[in-house]
Design a protein around this ligand. Structure first.
Ligand code: PMV
Length: 329
């Protein structure tokens, strides 16, 4: 066993297909150049101690899962539970019951639809595997982080941990896993954060409610989502940025139809489009969080300014080919 090990994993954006992916439809996702880091060390007390620098909370879990706060009170439990679950899963793969101290630190905005919790779980699972010098592969890390996602919301599609684990540009489908996509073009993506926090599980529940009430209508919306992903994969591969943008706009309209957009998101979407974006949409669960906009060549600054003027926080990202990786100390 090592004395310390550090790993990292990227945030993600969903280009096409959020929410539909919960219902076995495909989604196109991209890992981006913002990362979460986890450092693991053995912990003599036998507990799993988790310290999150970015959330300013820490606490420990006893071997039977009882939470003892250190910083941030009992409310911290909900935030740290996914990390604990990912670590437990790796320890049980190793047949180990040892204590671990984890320090997590992340560049990814929390509760914004960029997959911060999955990235932290993936990095934590990888750091612990490396600490124990386990012979686990990416699929094991993905499964551990998927288990952790079940603590975040009841019915996760797995799209967040998959993107954080494998990196790059991917088509993801529940049950089938990932397929890599090679875009013919660079995809600089502008992110506009509404700064409105939301709970993914509540948004997933909202869609399930609309689907329960209007199954005929929603099944057609979901079929359209699938067609967007199919055509989206083709136009990404051929490098047709105009079509990528058009499909982003159509995808946003479908998400509006399902009731997961709101005024904050729409304001940023329209500001971006007005400033020349080829396409703009909410990304992730909606209800707040982030929009993404595709700039035309040379057009990023105008769009970022427009998003800021509309009250959002704008930054530009690009694809990260790296999924989860072990960092040098
Ligand atoms: O983690 P978020 O908020 O980006 O949402 C994940 C995407 C959803 O499709 C809404 C949920 C899921 O599990 O796929």
């Amino acid at each position: 066993m090592k004395s310390v090990s550090r790993a990292s994993a990227p945030a993600k954006i969903i280009l096409f297909g959020e929410h539909f992916v919960v219902y076995d439809k495909p989604a196109i996702v991209m890992a981006i150049n913002l990362r979460a880091y986890a450092t693991a060390r053995p912990e003599r007390s036998g507990k799993i101690v988790v310290e999150s620098k970015s959330m300013n909370i820490s606490g420990s879990f006893t071997p039977d899962g009882a939470y003892q706060p250190i910083l941030g009170g009992l409310d911290g439990k909900e935030r740290l539970l996914p990390i604990y679950m990912a670590v437990r899963k790796i320890l049980s793969l190793a047949g180990e019951n040892m204590g671990v101290r984890l320090e997590v630190d992340s560049q990814i905005p929390v509760a914004a639809g960029l997959g911060s919790s999955a990235a932290v779980s993936v990095a934590s699972a990888a750091a612990v595997s490396s600490l124990l010098e386990l012979n686990v592969d990416e699929d094991d890390i993905f499964r551990a982080a998927l288990e952790a996602e079940r603590m975040v919301h009841e019915n996760p599609s797995g799209v967040d941990p998959a993107t954080s684990t494998y990196g790059g540009l991917l088509i993801y489908r529940r049950g089938e896993g990932i397929r890599r996509l090679n875009a013919k073009v660079d995809l600089p993506i502008i992110i506009g954060d509404t700064r409105v926090k939301r709970v993914t599980g509540e948004m997933v529940l909202r869609v399930s409610e609309v689907r329960r009430r209007y199954p005929e209508v929603v099944s057609r919306i979901m079929d359209s989502g699938e067609a967007i992903v199919k055509t989206g994969a083709e136009v990404l591969q051929s490098g047709d940025l105009k079509a990528v943008g058009d499909l982003m706009n159509i995808n946003h309209a479908l998400l509006c139809a399902l009731g997961v957009s709101n005024e904050d998101l729409d304001r940023l979407v329209y500001a971006a489009r007005k400033a020349g974006a080829l396409g703009a949409k909410l990304t992730g669960a909606g209800g707040g969080g982030c929009v993404i906009a595709l700039p035309p060549p040379g057009g990023a600054d105008r769009i970022m300014e427009a998003i800021e003027r509309a009250g959002g926080k704008a930054f530009i990202t690009c694809m990260s080919r790296d999924g989860v990786k072990i960092e040098k100390q």
